[in-house]
Design a binder for this molecule. Structure first.
Ligand SMILES: [Fe+2]
Length: 155
């Protein structure tokens, strides 16, 4: 859910990941601060082309993730129940400053142009070891994945 605070220029949204799920990797400009409200999991961070040397951090309430410009980031829920976070982004309130005067909900999820400022890697295009690592984490905790295995061919 996206919302505005006191007509400010600050973009804010809150998101909740279902148990046994994670978000696809995406990148954008620096400035976003993602604050964990509830739940537990981990975060992966990597610059383009550095998936194999990605950094991983445990996530629990009050953890803050602030990705750098162009740094891919990915939130993983590994606990029972939902994982909720609040994201605050300086001066990018799409509800007030969206291109063409309107908010485009697909902008932050575009996956066609990897050279664009904002880009998302779809599940079937991500490094397969990312999902394999997630399945191992869920298995350790006895959580059932809600994301079925997918073909990850890179054609
Ligand atoms: Fe983000």
């Amino acid at each position: 859910m996206r919302f505005s605070m006191a007509s400010s220029s600050v973009g804010v949204h809150i998101q909740e990941l279902a148990e046994g799920t994670y978000v696809s990797a995406h990148r954008h400009l620096a400035g976003a601060h993602v604050i964990t409200v509830s739940g537990e999991g981990y975060e992966l961070l990597f610059m383009p082309g550095e998936e194999k040397t990605r950094r991983r951090y445990p996530i629990k309430p009050f953890a803050v993730v602030a990705p750098r410009t162009n740094e891919f980031h990915q939130h993983f829920n590994t606990a029972s129940g939902t994982y909720r976070y609040l994201a605050i982004r300086g001066q990018t309130n799409p509800l007030r400053f969206g291109s063409g005067g309107g908010y485009n909900p697909t902008w932050s999820a575009q996956n066609k142009d990897p050279s664009a400022v904002v880009y998302q890697i779809n599940y079937d295009q991500e490094d397969p070891s990312i999902r394999e690592e997630y399945y191992r984490e869920l298995e350790k905790k006895g959580i059932t994945s809600r994301l079925p295995p997918i073909s990850q061919g890179r054609s």
